[in-house]
Design a protein around this ligand. Structure first.
Ligand code: SDX
Length: 429
């Protein structure tokens, strides 16, 4: 059977475009030769209908609310796996054997310390600097310390850089938190697993033994798993575009952190909790629902809606369950923000506006309540998202660098500015 094609009638000519199918999900119409053949560009600001790459890592079905990492459903990974096992899966494509897992855990654990000189960076920031600003700076600076893993053409250096980034992000994040609250840095402890080590670095103090609560550590692992990767979202696309120029992986991840910070993306968890706190009580919800529907009001329900999910974000359901587990373990009975969140979700899911626009809670809707209960300030929420998403960014970066057809990303435009005109001396303006 001949390969599927799509026909385009343009300027009196018929052009045949190749159609390619993935293993699952929408077909793609290959337009790589369109400009050469027709002299025209496609136009898709926001890339709502554009596949920017071919990938084997994560599949999302927005209508069905499905999220698979290398084919494994997110709910099964959240239930049965741990974060470093999901990291291995995202990086290498298969679940590890026991020996592979032990080796991977060993390698990551022994890269968790940062160069001691890096602690000097923090003193350059004000204590009240937003931790995401600190993360952008310090993670970008990793390329100033680890020259021996910046040659992206060397598979060994690519692997070392990947391990270093996964391992050091929680350490740097915990340092950003400790600096923010004026407490001394706490070194990683090799006998702790990924999430327990992170909680220890954030909440231990030198004056006394700190015992990590295993229920909270498990919840933290699950939160990291839920945030690990998510197809070609804005920050992942930023990392891919930065990497396509040959920039070193540390600089690319710093670019991803900067993009994630936006309130429309990873910054939504901080914005969602601030919104729930601003609403304050259940009786004020209708006022905010009305504002969210008002075309003239820029207000949006943070933690609601998604470019891909036109159904419930499967991660949000697991996040909601984790929220109740954490609040239960901590004996938090009546959290007003949780009451507002549950009632806001109930109202929004029955409101014609939200139903018509297929707006459902996304992962950021409940995560803030959980992270606040775990003891983090709202300014740290997106930092935690970045800690988890680093493995997704670096896995997608690795896949792009290892693609033999990879080339620098360079989109074009629809130009609507002035046509050519001569310079006018200032005396004649
Ligand atoms: C993440 O891409 C990813 O995968 C991201 C992410 C990941 O894991 O990497 O899943 C993480 O970023 C989750 C999204 C977090 N952001 C928020 O919660 C911020 C609030 N949500 C919105 O800003 C919005 O829903 C976006 C940005 C998430 C998606 O925006 P789109 O796809 O560009 O959709 P849109 O802005 O064109 O909205 C479609 C319509 C509009 O109304 P009309 O102009 O058609 O009349 O829905 C409305 C919007 O006004 N709408 C909302 C709304 N989100 C969309 N109205 C009220 N409240 C909202 N939250």
């Amino acid at each position: 059977m001949s390969a599927a094609t799509a026909k385009l009638e343009f300027n009196g000519k018929t052009h045949e475009l190749k159609v390619r199918s993935g293993t699952v999900g929408p077909d793609v119409i290959d337009i790589a030769a369109l400009y050469k053949d027709t002299g025209a560009f496609t136009y898709d600001p926001g890339f709502t209908s554009t596949a920017s790459c071919e990938s084997e890592i994560t599949y999302i079905d927005g209508d069905e609310g499905v999220l698979l990492h290398r084919g494994y459903p997110i709910d099964q990974l959240a239930e049965h796996s741990d974060f470093l096992e999901v990291c291995y899966l995202l990086l290498y494509g298969e679940l590890p054997t026991k020996a592979q897992k032990d080796d991977f855990d060993y390698r990551v654990t022994r890269h968790t310390m940062v160069h001691e000189q890096m602690s000097r960076f923090f003193t350059g920031f004000r204590r009240d600097a937003h931790p995401m600003a600190v993360m952008c700076g310090v993670v970008g600076a990793l390329s100033a310390f680890y020259h021996d893993s910046t040659d992206i053409s060397d598979p060994h250096q690519r692997m070392v850089a990947s391990i270093r980034l996964i391992a050091k992000m929680p350490t740097i994040a915990a340092m950003a938190y400790k600096y923010h609250i004026g407490q001394p840095f706490i070194y990683p402890k090799n006998e702790l697993n990924f999430a327990a080590n992170f909680l220890h670095m954030c909440f231990a103090v030198p004056c006394e033994e700190y015992k990590v609560n295993p229920v909270l550590a498990r919840a933290m692992e699950r939160i990291f798993i839920l945030h690990a990767d998510h197809e070609q979202n804005a920050s992942t696309s930023t990392v891919r575009l930065a990497g396509s120029s040959g920039a070193n992986p540390f600089a690319c991840i710093a670019a991803g952190i900067a993009c994630l910070w936006g309130p429309a993306h990873g910054g939504a968890n901080e914005a969602a909790l601030n919104m729930l706190s601003e609403i304050g009580t259940v009786d004020r919800i209708p006022e905010y629902i009305a504002r969210a529907k008002d075309k003239d009001d820029p207000f949006r329900l943070m933690g609601f809606g998604h470019r891909v999910y036109k159904n419930y974000d499967p991660r949000a359901k697991i996040m909601q369950k984790t929220t109740h587990e954490v609040l239960g373990e901590l004996g938090i009975k009546d959290d007003p923000t949780l009451d507002v969140a549950i009632e806001l979700e109930r109202i929004a899911l029955t409101d014609d506006y939200f139903i018509a626009k297929k707006l459902y809670p996304n992962i950021d809707f409940y995560s803030g309540i959980t992270l606040k209960a775990l003891g983090f300030p709202t300014t740290m929420f997106t930092v935690l998202f970045a800690v988890a998403r680093t493995v997704g960014w670096i896995s997608q970066w690795k896949e792009m660098i290892e693609d033999p057809h990879q080339k620098i990303g360079r989109p074009r435009q629809l130009y609507t500015g002035p046509t050519v005109r001569d310079f006018v001396p200032i005396a004649k303006r």
